[in-house]
Structure formats: structure tokens, C-alpha cells
Design a protein around this ligand. Sequence first.
Ligand SMILES: [Ca+2]
Ligand SMILES: [Ca+2]
Length: 80
Amino acid sequence: MKRKTPYAAVAVAVGVAAGAALAALEGDANGDGVLSYPEMTLLHPEMTRTLFGQIDANGDSVVDASERDAAIAEGLIKAQ
Ligand SMILES: [Ca+2]
Ligand SMILES: [Ca+2]
């Protein structure tokens, strides 16, 4: 029996690497680039409002990557 050979559709992934340099923030469930208190509690079950306030250095009620990294460096939270 003969089978037609389909066109050799070579899917070349072009341009993906170029724009994908930004690493996703772990635990950022809604993808807004920062970690809210609920997102932090999912990542860190030991999270409390007090601890969150310590990590949120600029007081905007969310934790960004630099605040997260600083908190890890200070031992407030563990790296994921
Ligand atoms: Ca978020
Ligand atoms: Ca903040």
C-alpha cells in the first residue's frame, strides 16, 4: 500500500529565544510580575502579614523580584 509522504513540514522555532529572556517570577499566579500576599502564602505557608510587611520594603503591598531576593538573602524566606 502506498502512502503519500506529507510535506516535510519543518517547524523551525524562530524568534522565541530573542524575547524570552525575562524569567517568570516564581509563584506569580496572575502574571503581573509581582507577588501579592495570597501568592506569597501559596509559596510560603509560613507567611504572615507581619513577615509580608517586612519583605515589602517599599510598602506598595506587593513583593517584587528584588524584594523577594532581598528577603531570601536576609533569611526571611527560603528560596523556591
Ligand atoms: Ca502576581
Ligand atoms: Ca513592594
